[in-house]
Design a protein around this ligand. Structure first.
Ligand code: PMV
Length: 350
């Protein structure tokens, strides 16, 4: 039991994640067409503080992003909260003030919807505990947070855990579910324990295609069923690789997933070419460096032009100078962000 409360403030910080097997295509109420797996980051976080009090005459929600009112976010969150009354029966009786900030810059290839929606979902689950006075079991709490986060942004469901996290049903992982994320970390090989992710900034322009429009492209895509079959196979192989530590196969699958995602966008109707000339230049250089140096470093991409360069920490002393000497000339203002595998969300002491 926790103390019963009817007003209070709760804070959570939650990470972004980078998908190794991509979720691209959804059905029903935010359910994925194929299983995905991601790595949660350590430094790329959203900090959200939620204050609640019994509803008066004002609006149900006030929302500040980095100290300023942001109407588009406020509308998205209002819609999200409006769909949660089945899961949080108390919600309509309360007035909420939400403020959030990111530890990373905008439009840099780091998925802010994953960190933002997961931190908000965690705050709502904590609010439920405070209001009801009933503490959930830890696994139940995170499962519910992942379920709620999913309703806001599919990939956000994976951000309620640290390490490597699955989302989406697969015969190769019996615990997996379409409804919520399931952590995979406890089964992983030590080589992945301290995996690094350097995010190489090719362009900070706003995304040309929103992810919901992107998922929609899969609805009538001529290669949809082949893609979902491929993703299922990749998912199964990736779980095997995360257990075995085979970095060559890890890189092969991860890069294939990234380029499959972009291939699907290129031959969608309408079509999107989100890769920039510098993205291709970087890909060629990463591949030829890997060949000549034998350093196990590989790339993945989100639905944008920026590259996530993944490698084991033991190679950091070789990879960082490689980025500085060969890759940074193709980056916007020479910029990149060094992040790594993180341990998952943290409740903020208020
Ligand atoms: O969670 P959404 O709806 O923003 O979609 C995420 C899509 C990708 O980032 C391209 C892939 C993924 O699995 O994260």
């Amino acid at each position: 039991m926790t103390d019963y409360k009817n007003s209070g403030s709760i804070g959570w910080e939650s990470p972004s994640n980078i998908a190794l097997i991509k979720y691209w295509g959804k059905k029903g109420n935010q359910l994925p067409c194929n299983p995905s797996i991601s790595m949660s980051l350590k430094n790329s976080l959203t900090r959200t503080v939620l204050s609640y009090e019994p509803k008066g005459n004002g609006d149900q929600l006030s929302f500040l992003f980095e100290g300023k009112r942001q109407v588009s976010f406020e509308q998205r969150i209002t819609k999200f909260l409006g769909n949660l009354s089945d899961h949080f029966k108390f919600l309509t009786d309360y007035q909420l003030s939400v403020s959030s900030e990111n530890t990373f810059p905008h439009s840099t290839g780091i998925a802010s919807s994953a960190s933002a929606m997961s931190s908000l979902a965690l705050c709502l689950c904590s609010m439920e505990e405070e209001i009801s006075g009933v503490k959930m079991a830890e696994d139940e709490f995170y499962r519910k947070a992942g379920f709620i986060a999913r309703l806001g942004s599919g990939s956000a469901s994976r951000s309620v855990y640290g390490g490597f996290v699955t989302w989406g049903e697969s015969n190769s992982f019996s615990k997996s579910s379409d409804e919520y994320a399931v952590p995979f970390s406890k089964y992983t090989h030590p080589v992945f324990l301290d995996f690094q992710d350097a995010i190489l900034l090719v362009s900070s322009k706003k995304k040309e295609v929103s992810s919901s429009a992107g998922h929609q492209l899969m609805e009538n895509h001529p290669y949809a069923s082949a893609r979902f079959a491929q993703a299922n196979k990749h998912f199964e192989r990736m779980l095997g690789v995360l257990r075995s530590g085979d970095l060559e196969e890890f890189i092969e699958i991860m890069e294939n997933e990234a380029l499959s995602l972009h291939g699907l966008m290129m031959n969608s109707t309408p079509s999107f070419t989100l890769l920039k000339p510098n993205t291709l230049e970087l890909i060629e250089r990463i591949r030829s460096y890997r060949l000549s140096s034998n350093v196990p470093v590989g790339f993945t991409l989100d639905a944008g032009p920026n590259i996530h360069l993944l490698y084991p920490k033991s190679e950091k002393e070789r990879v960082v100078p490689f980025i500085d000497s060969e890759l940074s000339q193709f980056l916007e203002n020479g910029k990149y962000i060094v992040d790594e595998k993180g341990e998952g969300p943290q409740k903020i002491k208020m």
